[in-house]
Design a protein around this ligand. Structure first.
Ligand code: MG
Length: 451
């Protein structure tokens, strides 16, 4: 494969930046407080402290440069976990940068990937690679990441090193492949580049002592969290990935509707070449909807995982990208524009997610809202089809969506503060509606510019 689309956080609008609490500012503050009470002011100590501080600042700066969306979400974490996760992210980003660099020969790349979990222990490690300036800068100064990695407790270093090694093995397995043949292969690829990140995060949360539950026991659920995010990115980015010759959509799904990936983008209207406007047919939306249904199947495990995360900062960090993903899938469902440009959720929804992701009750409403948005599209499409007397093809998804919705409703009832016996589904629905009205009102009072 010529490019792994590794991103364990869903992209967020670049204009929705946090203006106040930037990770590195939090680090600066923490660092100056902890130094203020020191009585030993020897030159050696202060030189070493300064170097450590500068390395940390480089890491948070790099994080901001290589992933704006992740830089926002990571700030939900407490200081210690934030530092560990920052290094975890940068190390995996380093691995991915090597994997994505097409100027490196296959054999050399294989060795570099397989050695990377040892290279992160090298205080002087620096390489020239990367296809973007911010990645090149990270790789050139990677010794700074390594030196901060050494500041972490060994229990965290073990997790980072092991996950890096596992991910590298997966990248090597997919090196040279030009497409995904089966859904199993697609799931396996997503496991390596995103599921493993979920598994690593579960380990970090558990060994930090901040979680009541031992999350390391739930590898399947942790993996599903990553798969939901990765699949959403892969679906959303179909146009951009196709243009860069990265084919992630599995052939066994694509070939139910088209003869090949090229066939999806092949019908260019009258111009008949790449400059012509892509003609979207029912086959496009059928394929898209099938890909989305495949991703939606991870919702129950995503909810099950989140219900196990008891620490509020860890919960928000995990839940926000999941909610952004399911809301994105609702936006993409039956939306032909996906084949023409990168579609994203609207800013109002995004703002609501950041404001109202607090606990299980709040997130379950976002999940059910996403499923209901999809159901509404099916109902609308049914009436559109019946007016044309051709029958609603989307109806085949109703039963499966009903099951997912039933799972969410079950969790809403379990997490409701009211006694279960007094709750009917109608009441649950009314409570969802009234909550959304209040969300809307809050949103009017707190527009995006105040975020
Ligand atoms: Mg890659």
């Amino acid at each position: 494969m010529n490019k792994i689309n590794f991103n364990f956080s869903i992209d967020i609008h670049s204009d929705l930046k946090d203006k106040d609490v930037v990770g590195k500012d939090r680090y600066k503050e923490h660092s100056s407080n902890s130094n203020s009470g020191k009585t030993n002011n020897s030159n050696i100590d202060s030189k070493q402290t300064k170097e450590v501080d500068e390395n940390w600042l480089f890491c948070f700066d790099s994080l901001k440069n290589v992933s704006r969306s992740f830089n926002i979400v990571i700030k939900q974490l407490d200081d210690e976990t934030m530092k560990v996760v920052c290094i975890f992210y940068l190390v995996l980003r380093g691995l991915d940068t090597i994997e994505d660099d097409m100027s490196i020969s296959s054999e050399e790349k294989k060795q570099m990937l397989l050695n990377f979990h040892n290279d992160i222990e090298n205080d002087d490690y620096s390489i020239e690679c990367g296809d973007k300036p911010e990645y090149r800068n990270l790789m050139k100064n990677f010794y700074k990441v390594n030196r901060t990695y050494k500041q972490l407790h060994p229990k965290y270093r073990d997790v980072i090193k092991n996950i890096t090694q596992e991910m590298a093995k997966g990248m090597v397995e997919f090196l040279g492949k030009t497409s995904m043949d089966t859904t199993e292969e697609y799931d396996s690829y997503c496991h390596y580049v995103a599921g493993l990140v979920g598994i690593g995060l579960s380990q970090i949360f558990t060994i930090s002592g901040s979680e009541f539950n031992d999350l390391t026991k739930y590898e399947t659920l942790s993996n599903s969290m990553g798969l939901l995010l990765q699949k959403t990115n892969i679906i959303r980015d179909i146009k951009e990935d196709y243009d860069e010759k990265r084919y992630w959509w599995p052939k066994d799904i694509v070939c139910k509707h088209f003869s090949s990936m090229d066939d999806i983008f092949g019908n260019r209207g009258e111009a008949g070449d790449a400059t012509g406007i892509l003609v979207i047919t029912e086959k496009h939306t059928d394929l898209l909807n099938e890909m989305i249904m495949n991703a939606l199947r991870h919702i129950p495990e995503s909810i099950e995982y989140l219900s196990l995360v008891k620490n509020n900062t860890n919960f928000k960090f995990c839940a926000i990208p999941q909610i952004v993903a399911v809301q994105t899938l609702a936006t993409l469902f039956h939306n032909p524009n996906v084949f023409k440009k990168t579609e994203k959720i609207n800013k109002t929804t995004l703002a609501r997610i950041f404001m109202d992701t607090n606990d299980m009750n709040s997130i379950l409403q976002f999940y059910i809202d996403a499923v209901e948005k999809i159901e509404k599209k099916i109902v609308d499409s049914d009436s559109e089809f019946s007016s044309k007397c051709s029958g609603g093809k989307l109806h085949k998804y109703v039963d499966e969506l009903d099951k997912i919705k039933g799972f969410i409703i079950k969790y809403i009832i379990e997490h409701s503060k009211k006694p279960v016996t007094n709750i009917s589904l109608t009441k649950v629905k009314k409570s969802i509606i009234s909550t959304f009205i209040s969300i809307f009102q809050k949103n009017v009072l707190y527009p995006l510019s105040n975020l």
